[in-house]
Design a protein. Structure first.
Length: 231
């Protein structure tokens, strides 16, 4: 999948003037795994959200497989799944199986077949015993797994994951990380975990609302560490 930002910028009203959250950014992402690292508040989530239309560019364009995200948001969102840092933002149904069924509502109209597919998704992700469990009763790691399972059930071509391991302990963080890197889908991964970033094919370093470095993972991480150390 080809993701293109063409002078895409995000500016928000702030007090008496405007605030540039993301300076005009031009890049093309075709690698299977793209990491995005950077300081808190630097604009990483904004960049990630541009990719499936959760945020619209103030100027410029974002294209996914040639589709303009601003004009063809629905078609883009069918190709680009988004996973939030906090899975609670995405788990909206009472039980786990119902939550996955919600993800499948468009692709499987028949309720019995939808239930069967949702149960299969839970089995695939090691959540079979939790089909009827309240989503609120899950651990943090299980919630993140369920949120990811729900997005993946829609078979997106691209998964954008915004700090999916940030709220997790070491074991769950490794589990989710391994799952992400085992996916056949193209992955855009916003992360503070520099080990995960190093596993990507290409890494963008976002600093102060702009892509400050774009290149091979080790060099990008070194650039980020040096920038933080000297600031
Ligand atoms: N709609 C908005 N209105 C006002 N400010 C915004 C808006 N969207 C983002 N910002 C601000 O822009 C900056 C960048 O936000 P963003 O969430 O993209 O950062 P981030 O790099 O993902 O940070 P973190 O690592 O803390 O999640 C932040 O200071 C944020 O408060």
């Amino acid at each position: 999948m080809r993701i293109e930002l063409d002078a895409a910028s995000v500016v928000v009203p702030a007090g008496e003037g405007d605030r540039v959250v993301l300076a005009p950014t031009t890049l093309t992402l075709t690698e299977q795994r793209v990491g995005v690292v950077g300081a808190n508040g630097s604009g990483k989530s904004t960049l990630a959200r541009l990719l499936n239309g959760l945020v619209s560019p103030t100027a410029g364009r974002v294209l996914v497989d040639g589709l303009d995200v601003a004009r063809e948001g629905g078609a883009v969102r069918r190709r680009v799944g988004f996973c939030f840092t906090d899975p609670s933002a995405q788990l909206v149904m009472p039980t786990c199986v119902e939550d996955v069924e919600l993800s499948l509502r468009r692709s499987e109209r028949d309720p019995a077949r939808r239930r069967a597919r949702a149960l299969a998704v839970l089995v695939e992700h090691g959540l079979a015993d939790h089909a009827d469990t309240s989503v609120h009763a899950l651990s943090g790691g299980q919630k993140q797994l369920l949120a990811l399972a729900g997005v993946l059930a829609t078979s997106p071509d691209v998964l954008v994951a915004d700090e999916p391991t940030t709220l997790l302990d070491l074991a769950n963080s490794r589990r989710i990380g391994d799952l992400l890197f085992s996916l056949p889908q193209q992955l855009v991964l916003v992360t503070h975990d520099l080990d995960l970033a190093r596993r990507c094919d290409r890494v963008l370093v976002v600093l102060d609302g702009a892509v400050a470095y774009d290149g091979a993972p080790d060099a990008a991480v070194d650039h980020y560490v040096a920038a933080v150390t000297t600031s």
